[in-house]
Ligand binder design. Structure first.
Ligand code: FUB
Length: 327
């Protein structure tokens, strides 16, 4: 079941998909998205409506080629530690193998991050029996730098439970931040060479405004909410993410993959649906933004569809803002 890829149109229409993490492996674009389920159940700020149970992998030989569905590559029934909600995944190539990183709730209802391994970018993936020790929250994004060092970025507030980890242990009663507090940052951890464990405890990333002051929880059009992505352009590290409540994809830059990062601007204006989540990849000398919206379902937040569009830089390295519904 394949459909010709076209920019700004759903890449897949036979199932609902979201949170596309795109990479170039073996000269093709591979996409690792969430697989949204069609249900009419409860919807709330904790994201109960995002009930995903499995992952499919998609590939495109080129940006105008058919999108191939490689089928179900991992199901939660085969992951011993998972109880529910397999949310946004990502993948990396290292040691001659492909590693799929995915968040899900453990048997105690706490989000953790697991790894599954394959010899093939299209899977299927074999999960490790336990989640990564010391992992928590959601939205893993794995970045392998030019020197081979792998960094795992992760974290999401509200349903992603990041507020509950501010003291280092899980506090189920921790609530939203005061708007005057310094905003909670995403986390980064260097992976061990086996890609299965952290080489060091995760660190919180600082995101500063243009004047060098940390963004505050009340800076809702700029502060971190969820969906981190890391890419490198002309030697600079670009951390991009969703602002959640204000529905932007924004970015901050640094000369160090662990930051601190300085806020630089917007990449994507709001899309149809509450969530926005993206990835950025270079393919054949051009850069592309993969994103999702809820247009395929007529705006139902948890029935989304993955899309892509070209992303352009200005000469000074800033990114041109994309307006998803304007030509
Ligand atoms: O798809 C479930 C959640 O919605 C993701 O983890 C978030 O980034 C948001 O897209």
């Amino acid at each position: 079941m394949s459909k010709q890829a076209k920019q700004n149109e759903p890449l897949v229409t036979h199932i609902y998909t979201a949170d596309p993490s795109a990479h170039v492996f073996e000269d093709k674009i591979y996409i690792y998205p969430s697989h949204d389920l069609e249900h009419d159940g409860q919807s709330d700020d904790d994201g109960t409506q995002y009930r995903m149970e499995d992952y499919h992998v998609f590939s495109m030989d080129d940006v105008d080629a058919p999108v191939v569905d490689h089928g179900e590559v991992l199901h939660m029934k085969n992951v011993p530690w998972v109880s529910q909600q397999m949310w946004a995944p990502d993948a990396a190539y290292k040691n001659g193998k492909y590693y799929l990183f995915f968040p899900a709730k453990d048997k105690e209802g706490i989000f953790r991050i697991g790894v599954a391994i394959s010899d093939n970018p299209a899977g299927p993936f074999t999960p490790e029996p336990n989640y990564i020790p010391g992992s928590y929250s959601i939205d893993p994004a794995i970045f392998v730098d030019d020197d081979g060092k792998a960094y795992l970025y992760f974290g999401g507030i509200w349903g992603g439970q990041l507020e509950k980890w501010q003291t280092g242990t899980f506090n189920p009663n921790a609530g939203p931040q005061d708007p005057k507090e310094v905003a909670i940052g995403p986390r980064v951890a260097v992976m061990n060479d086996d890609m299965l464990s952290f080489a060091e405890p995760p660190q919180e990333i600082q995101i500063l405004d243009e004047n060098g002051k940390p963004l505050l929880a009340g800076d809702e059009d700029k502060r971190y909410f969820e969906g981190p992505w890391m890419h490198k352009y002309n030697g600079t590290y670009y951390l991009s993410y969703s602002t959640g409540t204000t529905h932007y994809i924004v970015y901050a830059t640094s000369d160090n993959p662990k930051g601190p990062f300085v806020y630089r601007g917007r990449i994507l204006e709001p899309v149809i649906g509450w969530t926005t989540h993206h990835s950025i990849v270079e393919f054949k000398g051009k850069w592309y933004l993969f994103y999702h919206d809820a247009s395929l379902s007529g705006g139902i937040d948890h029935r989304r569809c993955i899309k892509f569009t070209e992303l352009k830089y200005n000469e000074d390295g800033t990114i041109q803002t994309i307006h998803p519904y304007k030509n």
